[in-house]
Design a protein around this ligand. Structure first.
Ligand code: SF4
Length: 312
């Protein structure tokens, strides 16, 4: 089956599968380089690695990029200039409270459906799309259930410690490069436990549950609602949606500190650090990661160790 690459939580894989294409949620490796891109100053390491990963896979049938930040718009330009594969730029409105923003996202999803139908040579019926939406929801429920039972021991928090004796924390931030997933092990090795994964690959980016009556009326409308009306993100304005989402979980899971992982050239998450500090009265580690930094580097290890020692 032909693969379609994407990396943004506002791209619904249900739609890709319904068009008989294979969704490929890219988790780029830091080592992926873009040929011809000589200067990396000012370029988000994640956006750059995403472009490198896509161009390094010549078998791809297409790629979907969203307008969530200027760096990803630039990534879409670089991919288009390479003329290697069809590129679809999905407009995701920054505002989320107005009906016109919802209508715009819905129309963008309809435009994406036409693009995918052409690539897959298949226009899915409403029944096929509805079934694809149900299958993904079922899979997510199953994964959430497994994750809950696996972390059941860690989720009970007493006297500022999870029941396994570790310091309960939230990891907040945008997308992670493949190498950055080692951060979970690093935090654990230093005596912490991440009870809220508010990065882009974590629970923050999960779409909402299905409303079966709406699904029966229009699968495409329901798909748009499940994503646009639910997922909080740093580029949205007003930014209260992300902070409110986080506040509910912080209270529920009694976390004692925030680790914010961000890339050096990412203005959005850089600005969010200040908002997180003023909204939450919790110790915060601002973990800025540059071009060469990974969780295995001495600088990052030392900073995580020092943060957790102060919380012990
Ligand atoms: S980390 Fe920031 S700059 Fe990079 S792609 Fe995400 S939002 Fe854009």
């Amino acid at each position: 089956m032909c693969r379609i690459a994407y990396c943004c939580p506002f791209v619904p894989p249900e739609l890709i599968s319904a068009c008989r294409l294979q969704p490929w949620p890219v988790i780029p490796r830091a080592s992926c380089r873009v040929r011809g891109l000589t200067s990396v100053a000012g370029v988000c390491p994640y956006a750059r690695a995403f472009v490198g990963e896509v161009l390094g896979n010549p078998d791809l049938r297409g790629v979907i990029v969203t307008t969530r930040c200027d760096q990803m718009r630039r990534a879409a330009d670089l991919l288009s200039e390479a003329k290697q594969l069809p590129v679809f730029l999905l407009n995701v409105p920054r505002t989320w409270q107005t009906q016109s923003a919802q209508v715009l996202y819905r129309s963008e999803i309809a435009r994406l459906a036409r693009f995918l139908a052409e690539l897959g040579n298949c226009t899915p019926s409403n029944d096929v799309l509805a079934e694809s939406i149900r299958q993904y929801a079922h899979r997510r429920n199953f994964q959430n259930g497994s994750a809950c039972s696996a972390s059941a021991g860690a989720s009970g928090v007493t006297a500022g410690r999870s029941s396994n004796g570790r310091v309960p924390l939230a990891l907040v931030g945008g997308p992670l490069l493949w190498e950055h997933f080692a951060l979970f092990d690093l935090v654990s090795a230093c005596g912490g436990s991440i009870l809220i994964d508010a990065t882009e690959s974590g629970e923050r980016s999960m779409p909402g549950p299905i409303d079966e009556s709406r699904l029966a009326l229009s699968p495409l409308n329901e798909l748009a609602r499940m994503y646009f009306d639910v997922i909080p993100d740093v580029f949205q304005r007003p930014g209260t949606r992300l902070l409110d989402w986080l506040e509910g979980r912080i209270r529920e899971r009694q976390v004692r500190g925030l680790i914010v992982h961000r890339y050096m050239w990412c203005d959005l998450w850089h600005a969010e650090v200040g908002r997180l500090r003023s909204r939450f009265d919790l110790p915060l580690l601002d973990l800025d990661s540059g071009d060469e930094d990974g969780p295995n580097t001495a600088r990052m290890t030392t900073r995580v160790q020092a943060f957790l020692e102060a919380l012990q």
